[in-house]
Ligand binder design. Structure first.
Ligand code: SF4
Length: 370
């Protein structure tokens, strides 16, 4: 009984919040002469907005754009090609999160490399790769480190464990990306004209609200940290719209049950101990200074790029694929002429259709009419 009453209460609350959000967005739109442009930065938000139907329900009053928040999607084509080269090195076993396996590079995907005879192990945590290295002392285990501040601490812990065990056959390829520098790039982009950002709850849980305060101070951009269910998103959207209407550039936290002001200090400490900042190449956003992580001197023995210094050649995007523009919020997945025709989750052309958090996959699965 209690479950049903909670469900109905939440449904009522969501319906009332939705009306408030729509009314406020409409008032702002009439003032601006256009719908307010709001970007959801996180891939989990992209999926949640599609799955809950909120993207369709808000489409008339808010110009919602998806951002570079899917870790697989923002991995640069050159990085994917490097991973494929690694997979083809003799004696190497690639350990990776499952999302990377089907991402196409210029010479196939890891899935295709496995069919060709390369060794691949899908892991749910980087520590599994350390275990794999211990049980395969005659093979080289390379873990593909992709993702944001959320996954990097676990990769850092795996490196520390490998160092403590003095493993000689374990390394990582660090293609990690950091969210705040990417947001600074988007905030400074005159082409985008963003009115507000819905900030990622998971990354914020690691970094804390204060790590995003620069958006308001330096770029006069309003932003709100949001959780992931419909009520969380609507509450954060309302908070964001109130700030936009008042003309107040603020970075607020609408997910305080998970996100604190300073974030997860332990995870930040691991990041600082194992990694240092480095430039990173983002699909769609290009090279951004200090937006990646490389291993610190003490852990350089675990750097795959030192063991296999393979040359990364520039790789063009697949013909017709607009993933770069989708990740930058410049176009919707449905504006790509390949969407749903030549590019589907079963036969993906670009990474945004492969990943479970990719915008194109989310649009395909939940809102092809959008
Ligand atoms: Fe790329 Fe496919 Fe998305 Fe087009 S629909 S942008 S080809 S992933």
């Amino acid at each position: 009984m209690e479950t049903w009453s909670t469900y109905h209460h939440q449904k009522d609350l969501a319906a009332r919040l939705l009306v408030k959000v729509k009314n406020l967005a409409a008032a702002i739109a009439s003032k601006l002469g256009r719908r307010p442009v709001i970007m959801e930065v996180c891939g989990t938000h992209t999926v949640a907005l599609a799955r809950t139907g909120l993207r369709s329900l808000l489409a008339g009053c808010i110009d919602l754009r998806s951002g570079p928040g899917c870790p697989v999607c923002v991995t640069a084509p050159e990085e994917i090609d490097y991973m494929l080269c690694l997979a083809r090195q003799p004696g190497v076993i690639i350990a990776t999160f499952g999302d990377m396996v089907r991402v196409p590079g210029s010479s196939g995907s890891l899935e295709k490399a496995r069919i060709e005879g390369c060794q691949l192990q899908v892991c749910y945590s980087p520590r599994e790769a350390v275990t794999l290295a211990r049980s395969n002392p005659d093979r080289e285990i390379v873990f593909l480190g992709i993702g944001f501040e959320t996954t990097a601490p676990a990769v850092g812990l795996a490196v520390k464990e490998a160092a403590a065990l003095r493993l000689k056959n374990f390394s990582i390829y660090s293609a990690h990306k950091l969210v705040p520098p990417a947001l600074a790039t988007l905030a400074a982009d005159p082409e985008l004209k963003l009115d507000g950002l819905l900030l990622p709850g998971h990354v914020s849980a690691i970094l804390g609200r204060q790590s995003f305060a620069f958006l308001a101070k330096e770029y006069k951009l309003t932003a709100t940290i949001a959780g992931f269910d419909a009520l969380d998103i609507l509450g954060a959207m309302l908070e964001l719209l109130v700030q936009i209407q008042r003309g107040e550039a603020q970075v607020s936290n609408a997910y305080p049950r998970v996100v604190s002001e300073t974030g997860n200090l332990k995870a930040q400490e691991i990041l600082r101990e194992v990694f240092s900042l480095a430039p990173a190449n983002w699909r769609g956003l290009g090279l951004i200074p200090l937006s990646g992580l490389k291993l610190n001197t003490a852990y350089q023995a675990f750097d795959a790029t030192r063991r296999w210094p393979l040359e990364l050649k520039p790789v063009p995007s697949p013909a017709g694929c607009l993933c770069g523009s989708v990740l930058k919020g410049l176009c919707l997945p449905t504006q790509c002429t390949l969407f749903g025709r030549r590019c589907t989750p079963l036969r993906p052309v670009g990474p945004c259709m492969v990943s479970s958090e990719g915008s194109c996959a989310a649009y395909y699965r939940y809102s092809r009419e959008a």
